[in-house]
Ligand binder design. Structure first.
Ligand SMILES: CC(C)(COP(=O)(O)OP(=O)(O)OC[C@H]1O[C@@H](n2cnc3c(N)ncnc32)[C@H](O)[C@@H]1OP(=O)(O)O)[C@@H](O)C(=O)NCCC(=O)NCCS
Length: 317
């Protein structure tokens, strides 16, 4: 009788990732993506960009590990932005693919979201892969619009220096964090980046660029080992205040992000869901080009802040 390879393996167990496993989880993540995408040297895939280490131990992130005996063979990262959560990177060591490991990791991920009481959750995946889309559909996710990860090369002449959250005194900083939460909560009830913002500053993983009072903000990750790496200013999340004039506020925010990046000699990378038509068109008009595109999947199947009037940047990686 043929062995059923796709059912979850009895010997594989999933639980919270341990501190001592983070480096191996990082290696597996590079090997998994590098192998899937045909990179010449999978273990070095993504260079100095780190999507796992900077997210270890921060209050709004839970990491899960899958083990075969004592050996780590995969992991998933679960992130909370207030009432919204997202998952990924989800990765499994290639020799264990198609044995139900990802499903075990996802099976342990859903209770994390339930415990957090988030209203809606999402993920970003390869839109051309029936396996990926089918895997997540098993857990109640539905594909929506494409998400484009767009880039702009560094320009030699930086604009006026933007206002940075780190330059504010303690009281003003906390006040600004509250204003950021009010701004996002008006775009999508409960959407709150406060923990992401605090973690970025605490870990010196980048900066939070602010415009107006408060018209917009962007969490910009940059520097070796961060999610952006040394050569990129990665906008993990950005938003302009909604309502009339939101497009113009978004352009002001991008002016500030670009000034921040140009002063450091880095490119800008920003993800935008194509349902956010205004934001996407403005990035194109500013000369941004799509490098990678995937699809946003959400549970339940709803627009959330993937809609035309939302001037929001993120990609849920
Ligand atoms: C994507 C990845 C995490 C999947 O891990 P895995 O352990 O191989 O996945 P599983 O075996 O648990 O689940 C595979 C499921 O995909 C789905 N699937 C596979 N092919 C499919 C198809 N043609 N149509 C629909 N669904 C399909 C099925 O639900 C299948 O499980 P089933 O056969 O038991 O029903 C792993 O391949 C990986 O690490 N890839 C590289 C990194 C990556 O792409 N990560 C995800 C980024 S979003």
């Amino acid at each position: 009788m043929a062995t059923k390879t796709r059912s979850p393996s009895q010997s594989i167990k999933v639980g919270p990732l341990r501190r001592g496993e983070v480096d191996e989880a990082d290696r597996i993540m590079r090997v998994a993506f590098g192998t899937y995408l045909g990179a010449p040297d999978p273990p070095t895939f993504m260079g100095d960009r780190g999507f796992l280490r900077p997210r270890w131990g921060v209050p709004h992130v839970q990491m899960l590990g899958a083990r075969a005996g004592a050996r780590l063979i995969g992991s998933n990262v679960v992130t909370r932005w207030g009432a919204f959560g997202f998952l990924g990177p989800l990765t499994v060591l290639p020799e264990f693919w198609n044995r139900g490991v990802a499903q075990q990791l996802l099976g342990a991920t859903m209770p994390v979201f339930e415990r957090w009481g988030v209203r809606r959750t999402g993920l970003f995946t390869f839109s051309n892969s029936a396996k990926h889309v089918g895997l997540y559909q098993k857990f109640g996710y539905w594909p929506g619009y494409l998400t484009a990860i767009m880039t702009r090369a560094a320009a030699p002449q930086a604009g006026p220096a933007p206002r940075l959250l780190s330059s504010l005194g303690r009281g003003a900083r906390e006040q600004a964090v509250r204003e950021c939460a009010a701004l996002t909560g008006a775009i999508d009830p409960g959407l709150d980046l406060s923990d992401e913002i605090r973690a970025t500053l605490a870990q010196h993983a980048g900066e939070v660029v602010l415009t107006g009072g408060l018209d917009g903000f962007a969490v910009c990750l940059t520097g070796a080992g961060t999610e952006g790496g040394a050569k990129t200013c990665y906008v993990k999340f950005g938003a302009a205040r909604g309502g009339a004039g939101a497009g113009a506020r978004f352009d002001k925010l991008m002016d500030a992000v670009e000034a921040f990046a140009d002063a450091r000699g880095t490119a800008v990378e920003a993800g935008v869901n194509l349902a956010r038509e205004g934001a996407f068109r403005r990035l194109r008009a500013r000369g941004y080009r799509t490098g990678t595109q995937g699809v946003a999947m959400q549970r339940p199947h709803a627009a959330g802040f993937n809609r035309p009037g939302a001037y929001v940047l993120d990609d849920w990686r």
